[in-house]
Design a protein around this ligand. Structure first.
Ligand code: 5GP
Length: 189
C-alpha cells in the first residue's frame, strides 16, 4: 500500500475494446489497491442491469451532457456507439493534488485527448486474446441487442489498430494475470 505524500498523483489511462474483460481486470486491480481512485465518467447511455448511478457512471441526459461540455467541465469527452461519454475534470484534479493515483477507463479518442493535455499520463491498452474470443464474450454478455453487438465488434476492430499508440499493451488471456501485469505498471510509477 502506498502512503500519502506531497507529490502529485499519477494518471493511468486504461482502454480496451468492449468485451475484452477490462472491467474484471480493473475490479481485481482495485481489490488489491483500494487507495487508487476510479474516475467515474458521465454518460448518456442507459444503465445496464446492476449498474448504479454515481458508481460505474453518472447517467445523465444529452442536454445535461452538452451543458457540461459548454462549461468545459470535462477533461475529455467522446462519442462511442452513439452515446456520449466524458471524464469530469474536477474530481480528477482534486485527487491528483492530494497525491492520489487516478485510473480512467476511457476509449481511444478520449485517451488521445488526455495524453495531449497530460503527456505524463501512462496509457495501457487491454487487448482480448483474439477477435473471435472477443465476439464470444460480447455475445455471452447477452444484455445488448444484435445491432449493438455488431457495432461494438466493428468499433473493437478499429480500436485494436490503435493499441500500438499506447505505452503498454496487456493481453487479457487470464484476468488475474492481466491484473498483476497492470499492477506492476502502476506500482512502477
Ligand atoms: P460501456 O458503455 O461499455 O460502459 O463503455 C463503452 C466505452 O466507453 C468503453 O470503451 C469505455 O472505456 C468508454 N468510456 C467510459 N467512460 C468514458 C469517458 O469518460 N470518456 C471516454 N472517452 N470514454 C469512456
Amino acid at each position: 500500500m502506498k502512503t500519502m505524500n506531497n507529490a502529485r498523483g499519477h494518471v493511468f489511462i486504461v482502454s480496451g475494446p468492449s468485451g475484452c474483460g477490462k472491467s474484471t481486470v480493473l475490479g481485481e486491480v482495485f481489490r488489491r489497491r483500494s487507495d487508487l481512485y476510479f474516475s467515474v465518467s458521465a454518460t448518456t447511455r442507459e444503465p445496464r442491469p446492476g449498474e448504479t448511478d454515481g458508481v460505474e457512471y453518472y447517467f445523465i441526459s444529452q442536454e445535461q451532457f452538452d451543458k457540461m461540455v459548454a462549461r468545459e467541465e470535462f477533461l475529455e469527452h467522446a462519442t462511442f456507439a452513439r452515446c456520449s461519454y466524458g471524464t469530469p475534470r474536477a474530481p480528477v484534479e482534486e485527487r491528483l493534488a492530494r497525491g492520489i493515483d487516478v485510473i480512467m477507463d476511457i476509449e481511444v479518442k478520449g485517451a488521445r485527448q488526455v495524453k495531449e493535455r497530460m503527456p505524463e499520463a501512462v496509457s495501457v491498452f487491454i487487448a482480448p486474446p483474439s477477435l473471435e474470443e472477443l465476439e464470444r464474450r460480447l455475445r455471452g454478455r447477452a444484455t445488448d441487442s444484435e445491432e449493438k453487438i455488431l457495432l461494438r465488434l466493428e468499433t473493437a476492430r478499429v480500436e485494436l489498430q490503435e493499441a500500438e499508440a499506447y505505452d503498454h499493451v496487456v493481453v487479457n488471456d487470464d484476468y488475474m494475470r492481466a491484473a498483476g501485469e497492470l499492477l506492476d505498471i502502476i506500482n512502477g510509477k
